[in-house]
Write a protein that binds this ligand. Structure first.
Ligand code: ATP
Ligand code: MG
Length: 410
């Protein structure tokens, strides 16, 4: 991709009230645009990152045997009334000219998936099943000042599972925890599996995936020796037993959580199956969320310096940033050749080529802000040395490399 053709440009202007690091860097870099408080456009650069995050999530969900679907965001009042949650949805009225229709904007989809599952689950042979979606959710969040960490409109991956009995749910729940661990590791996030309260649905703990970071709104108590971690909401010192390790506390960002719903929704929706003896049983359910847009914000909160973002390779908008320095036609000719070569190595879609006619300072500052992991520079100096200048975003020093050495990076 040629940088002169990008839909966006970097900017020094920030909308008022954007204090968080993720919003600052993502807006300055042209990854997102603020529409209103808590509502953002994912610009082409930002969407590249989000798509990579989503694909990692998809791969691990599919490996669990879960199938992807897409439910409506517009959920009719009757669904919410059936579970007693009409009051929890951001409500909107459609005036069609003939009638007024009441909908809630989906903030979670237990109601809709339970109603759908009724069509397909009737026998023990239909269990277990699991389906997930990656979808825009709506929440009337009171505070929306943390950039894409807390949106009023945001993206969620929500997985729902259906089981014949508790033991089957328990086994699946552990598998989902395993899949989540893989996902966050691949995203470059160190997530603590943290016990939290089950709220109204269950006396058991639920588990949150918490990334220690000062931008977080939660506080967790954790022990690095035994892996204990519990949300402050329910923490008591005596909870950490049989381990001499020190319990520390820190602010953390909740990037995901897993929840045993039990029969809460299968009861509301009369979702039953016939067991082997022909007797009717309630279906047992689990629900499991990840916030891909919050994960993207968390990655920026974790990987930045004063100049900009340092994307981990797995989610970087491009794998390599090629920069031509100076207007000398010889430099541009050499840079074009290098663009072809790098495209051959990682695919043209993974190379951002800065062929703009701009000052060296502007180009290098933009490269630091955008945070692509590898920067390859072509200049009069590199041509004279018959080499390329390579700099990793995460390393201070640049290195002169031969073509053969550059090839080895990818
Ligand atoms: P929080 O306590 O942060 O409000 P939650 O407990 O309400 O989160 P869930 O309802 O379980 O979260 O949603 C599943 C996941 O969706 C969360 O783990 C989080 O990653 C993401 N998420 C929730 N609310 C938001 C939001 N307002 N903006 C962005 N992501 C969100
Ligand atoms: Mg919430």
């Amino acid at each position: 991709m040629r940088q002169s053709q990008l839909f966006t440009k970097t900017t020094k202007n920030l909308p008022e009230g954007e204090e968080s690091k993720n919003a600052k860097f993502l807006i300055k870099g042209g990854f997102i645009n603020k529409s209103s408080a808590g509502v953002y456009t994912l610009l082409p650069l930002g969407l590249r990152v989000l798509n990579k995050i989503n694909n990692i999530i998809r791969e691990e969900m599919n490996a669990l045997g879960a199938e992807e679907l897409l439910m409506p965001a517009l959920i009719h009042k009757k669904y919410w009334e059936q579970s007693g949650r009409w009051g929890t949805a951001a409500q909107i009225i459609y005036k069609t000219g003939v009638e007024e229709l009441n909908y809630g904007l989906g903030w979670t989809h237990e109601e809709v998936i339970s109603a759908i599952a009724k069509h397909f689950i009737s026998s023990y042979k239909d269990l277990p099943r699991a389906a997930y979606q990656i979808q825009t959710k709506f929440r009337a969040e009171a505070r929306a000042q943390a950039g894409i960490l807390r949106g009023r409109e945001f993206l969620m991956k929500d997985l729902y599972s259906f089981h014949a009995d508790r033991a089957d749910l328990d086994g699946y729940y552990e598998k989902v925890i395993g899949a989540y661990k893989k996902i966050f590791k691949r995203l470059g996030l160190k997530a603590l599996v943290t016990e939290a309260s089950g709220g109204a649905f269950t006396n058991e703990y639920t588990h949150e995936f918490q990334v220690l970071n000062p931008a977080g709104e939660d506080t967790v108590f954790y022990c690095e020796t035994c892996g204990f971690s519990r949300n402050q909401e329910i923490y008591k010192p005596e909870a950490h037993k049989d381990c001499a390790g020190e319990v520390k506390s820190g602010r953390a960002i909740e990037v995901g959580n897993v929840f045993k719903l039990g029969t809460k929704f299968s009861e509301s929706f009369n979702l039953t199956y016939n067991d082997k003896t022909g007797a009717k049983q309630q279906v047992i359910m689990g629900s499991y969320g990840i916030g891909p847009s919050r994960a993207m914000g968390t990655i920026v909160e974790e990987y930045n310096d004063e100049k900009g973002i340092l994307w981990p390779e797995a989610v970087a908008p491009f794998r390599v940033h090629l920069v031509a320095l100076g207007d000398n036609p010889k430099v541009l000719k050499e840079a074009e050749k290098t663009y072809e070569l790098l495209s051959g190595l990682v695919g043209e879609a993974e190379v951002l080529y800065d062929e703009r006619s701009a000052s060296a300072g502007e180009k290098l500052n933009d490269a630091d802000l955008l945070g692509i992991p590898v920067r390859v520079l072509v200049s009069e100096k590199t041509i004279a040395a018959k080499k390329l200048e390579v700099k990793m975003r995460s390393v201070e020093k640049a290195e002169m490399m031969t073509l053969a050495q550059v090839k080895k990076i990818f």
